[in-house]
Design a protein around this ligand. Sequence first.
Ligand code: DQA
Length: 146
Amino acid sequence: TSILVLNGPNLNLLGTRQPEVYGRTTLKDVEDMCVARGKDMGLDVVCLQSNHEGVMIDAIHAAKGTHGGIVLNAGAYTHTSVALRDAIASVELPVVEVHLSNIHAREPFRHHSHIAPVALGQIAGFGAQGYDLALQVLAEHLGTPS
Ligand code: DQA
């Protein structure tokens, strides 16, 4: 089973971006870990990062028929994008929402997620480990033998 790990705006700067909030792990570290952990779980992980909402929407559309599920950290679009939510609802693929930081412990504008109602669930506050947890959830959900 193939899984898309989709990271949104500013996550290309991981490792140097506000390390006190997001840690020192780079996006490449996160993506390499996802591919390796996915392999352990019998998942074929494909990673994509974009700073552009439309590119993310196109990637979600293209995931239908290509991937069995999506691990999504939509960055700030989580809090703003009805369009991303609609894209997820349209493809009917299982999506696990991930945030490195605990968005519920931060500014009030980060507490609301447009993604959460159309996701299987949300993982927030566990740093890069959240991606690993999300892959475990999808592996189990999809019944992938590991
Ligand atoms: C984030 C949390 C968002 O509020 C923020 O805009 C991000 C990263 C996280 O992973 O903690 O860009 O999604």
